[in-house]
Structure formats: C-alpha cells, structure tokens
Design a protein around this ligand. Sequence first.
Ligand code: ADP
Ligand code: TRP
Length: 321
Amino acid sequence: MKILSGIQPSGQLHIGNYFGMMQTMISHMETSDLYVFIVDLHAMTSVHDRDRLAAGTLEAAADFLALGLDPERCTFWVQSDVPEVCELTWILSTISPMGLIERCHSYKDKIANGLEPSHGLFSYPVLMAADILLYQADQVPVGQDQKQHLEVARDLAQKFNHFFGETFVVPEPAINKAMATVPGLDGRKMSKSYGNTIPIFLEGKALKKRIMAIETDATPVEAPKDPDKCNLYALLKLFAEPGRLQEVRDLYLNGGAAYGYIKLELFDLLSDYFAGARKKKAEYLADPALLREILKNGAEKARAKAMVTLDLVRQRVGLKY
Ligand code: ADP
Ligand code: TRP
C-alpha cells in the first residue's frame, strides 16, 4: 500500500501537526510504501519571503527526521525538487472544471483570513491533485480540512481515466477520526494561522510562557469542573500517563484542580517528551549539508517514480508524437 502526505513549510510545526499528521506518517514507515514531502510550492501561496521559505523548508525536514522519520525506509523529499509535478498540474488543470475548483472552501477561508487572492491560491487543489496522482498513491492521511481537496484529486483521476484511458490510481483519503483536533492556547483548533500554537520544539522560558497563556475559565480551585470542556486538560491528555491523567480527571470532577499547577506539570511533560528529538533537531540544523544530501537523495527516488507516471500521461494525452 502506497501512503503519501505532505506538509507546508510555512511556519513552525506545532503539536497539532505532530499528533494530527506527523506521528501517523512516521508510524506508517513500518508497514507501508511511504511517501512524505515538504510542499514548498504550496507554501508559496502564502510566503513571499526568500529566507523564510528556504529556512522553513530545511527546518521542516529537520523536524521530521528528528521525530523519527528514517529516509532509508521511505521516500522523503521537497516538492519543488521534482519539477514533473508542475507539468502534471498544467495537464490536470486543462480538465479541471471551474465549478469544482470554485467550490473549494479553503480558498474562500484563506481570503477571509487576509491572504491575497492569487491564481496560485485558487488552483492550489490542482497542484495537490498532481502531488498525489504523480506517485500513484493509494491512501492519503490528512486532517478534516483537506478532505475536499482529496475529493478534487479523486474527481480529476476518474475524469482523466475516463477521457484518456486507465492511468491513475484513484486515491482514498484516510482521516483519523479517533484523533480529535488538537486545541490551541485559545481553545480553537491549533493552527499557524490563528497564532495559538505550541511549536513542537519550543523550550525553556518561551515554552513556559506559551503554556501559561493557555486560556482557562475562572472557576475557583475547589469547584468541580468538566475536564472534557477544558483545553488545558485536552492538551495534558496527549502527554500524561493514564494513571496520572485519571488522578487529574478526578480532581476536575470533584474539585481541587488548580490550573496553574497543571500548566507547570504540562510544561515538564512537554519538555521531556520532545527532549531527545529536540537534541537531534539541533544536530540536523547544525549540518545543513547533510540535510540537503538527504533531501537530494529523496528527490532522486521520488523523481524516478514521477517520470514513469508522467511519461504515461504524456502518451495518453498526445504530448508524445
Ligand atoms: P495549520 O492549520 O497550522 O496551518 P496545516 O493546515 O499546515 O496546519 O496542517 C498540516 C497537517 O497537520 C494537516 O494534515 C492537518 O490536518 C494537521 N493539523 C494541523 N493542525 C492540527 C490540529 N490542531 N489538530 C490535528 N491536526 C492538525
Ligand atoms: N494541502 C495540504 C495541507 O495544507 C498539504 C499538501 C499538499 C498535501 N500536497 C499534498 C497533503 C498532498 C497530502 C497530499 O495540509
């Protein structure tokens, strides 16, 4: 089974990205033919700053490797290092119905959040479809927010196959329903665009400051509270051992849960949880030549697959004469 997913290098990766996507992808390394990539071309729909994009790409690579992705046991690369994806995007765009792309809500959401309404932002789902179809992925693990983009990729694969003959695997979305959305400091979904994140590798004072800023209600310590309505508890749940979590749950239900104290406990847990990975990340970032080498090797592997698909596509549509 071929499993593929990408992540944008448009900001520091946060614990929502980790529990929502990265951890799942890393675990698939054991059992699947895994494709993981950093979608720098997609990030260009919101980042127009050379240094930020380049540094963000290397940093996202360091994040994945530090968290346990083994480039020997998967294909790990940067999207733009396989230029075939741009050609396939164009070919797919010629069969993409305007109505289908116009219905995508992420474009409207992003504009509502202040992004410039560019053609790239509008045609983002076509590039994403090309990402998926180029590697003939069977399954694509994504968050709920990407489900509609997966539908576009499926529609385009089916339409292409119908017009030009069987060419693409029609990919299945894999939405992990058991994994609730990780809440941010303010209780909304943790997201770069809301500025409410806890970056995975934050540490020391900066980490403590973020954790102390987790919004909680004004219930007095002695009063009973509902743990399932508290974003501090939802975050603690990701890191605390089951026994300790039950103790805290009882304190919530029976009174006696002090938010300040629980925040300090969360700070310690988070510091420890990522300690090993934090050290590895620093080592990778100190050796950008190694990171580039790993990504270059990954791109070669990915490109070999991409070329086979694109060659077939070119034949099918008549670009081979
Ligand atoms: P952001 O909202 O911070 O911009 P992205 O949209 O780049 O994050 O998401 C990258 C991946 O991480 C996607 O697969 C997405 O579903 C997952 N993800 C992002 N935020 C969360 C969250 N708060 N909880 C669970 N998964 C998340
Ligand atoms: N659009 C996805 C996101 O923002 C990232 C992405 C780009 C992707 N291409 C992909 C995810 C292909 C899965 C497969 O999260």
